[in-house]
Unconditional design. Structure first.
Length: 212
């Protein structure tokens, strides 16, 4: 756990430094640019040297979960997001909380908030009713965004390569070992119990159904 915490802190510092240097360069050249998550991933990954282990089971944090108030009942089935690059800024990990679904089931989830979210190659799958599935896909190569307010995420699982190089799977049984203000994950799969806030923009959105 100590090695993982140190690795995440180091990678977060490098990512923040890379972003600051990019912003300074843009200002110095008086060029108007839009920050690219891919560019940030590349600059951070180039400085990486060694992969690190995932965090381990945290019984104390799991037992300390409290019931989340002020939100509606959540769907019984979570929805799944797949993305080649997930970038979260203004990020805060608020710990493990308990949420209730329509059927009355109580489940433990990770609570995150973020000020902006960028999702490259968005593919979202929603289960139900029954075995039917609803799919939302963005145009290949595009970046979907969530803006205009704080995004609150109740996450069952977040799997991917943290900062492009540290393979992790965050769950209530294996929560993030440290809180960082910015993070990105390559080849990410996110299982969400629920999500609130912000405005989602999906370029070239393709909505379709499968299953019965």
């Amino acid at each position: 756990m100590k090695d993982t915490t140190t690795a995440v802190k180091k990678a977060a510092a490098e990512a923040t430094k890379a972003a600051a240097e990019a912003a300074k360069a843009a200002k110095d050249t008086a060029t108007s640019v839009t920050a690219s998550p891919s560019a940030s991933a590349s600059s951070t990954a180039s400085s990486a040297k060694t992969p690190y282990p995932c965090p381990t089971y945290d019984a104390k944090a799991l037992a300390a979960a409290t019931t989340e108030g002020g939100i509606p009942l959540l769907p019984d089935d979570p929805w799944t997001l797949n993305t080649s690059l997930l970038t979260l800024t203004g990020l805060n990990y608020a710990g493990i909380v308990e949420v209730k679904t329509y059927s009355g089931t109580i489940k433990k989830v990770l609570k995150f908030t973020a000020s902006t979210v960028d999702i490259k190659d968005l593919q979202q799958t929603i289960l139900g009713p029954g075995t039917a599935k609803t799919h939302v896909d963005a145009r290949s190569g595009s970046t979907s965004t969530i803006r205009n307010g704080t995004v609150t995420m109740y996450t069952e699982s977040l799997k991917g390569n943290l900062f492009g190089l540290i393979p992790v799977t965050f769950t209530p049984d294996s929560p993030p070992p440290v809180n960082v203000p910015v993070a990105f994950f390559t080849n990410a799969t996110v299982i969400q119990a629920g999500q609130f806030g912000g405005t989602l923009t999906v370029p070239g959105m393709h909505l379709y159904n499968s299953g019965t």
